[in-house]
Design a protein. Structure first.
Length: 133
């Protein structure tokens, strides 16, 4: 099990963002499951909506992708302590959204799967293992 960032999930839906890492983490979700903060559902839907507006994906494909996510072994966790999340965001110059994934990985003692470079650097500083690096 690992903490799944929206950047990886988005790559599963967007043909121009596919990668070996995204594919291997999708396999890992099927085999072991993943955990995400509740924020993830909103982030992934927003990514798809923006991609739809930019003609990178059709509305039908976006809707089908959301339905397919429901079939994956993804556990949705409540958001953590807001003070801890803001501290991580300040210390590592992350968005609060990114710090939410890092906080979850720290709380759960799980590795993190992300394409976000700043989040990866922050995870390394916090001794959180990264997948695919």
């Amino acid at each position: 099990m690992f903490v799944l960032d929206a950047s990886i999930s988005a790559a599963w839906a967007l043909p121009d963002e596919t990668s070996e890492l995204a594919g291997s983490l999708l396999t890992k979700v099927h085999e072991e499951g993943a955990v995400v903060p509740s924020l993830w559902w909103y982030e992934i839907r927003n990514v798809l909506l923006v991609a739809e507006r930019r003609k990178r994906i059709s509305a039908g494909d976006a809707d089908a992708f959301i339905r397919s996510l429901a079939g994956l072994a993804i556990r949705i966790e409540a958001l953590g302590d807001g003070r801890a999340i803001v501290r991580l965001a300040r210390v590592h110059q992350l968005s609060v959204y990114g710090a939410t994934y890092l906080d979850l990985a720290i709380r759960e003692g799980l590795p993190l799967g992300t394409f976000d470079r700043k989040l990866s650097q922050a995870a390394a500083c916090e001794s959180v293992s990264l997948l695919g690096t």
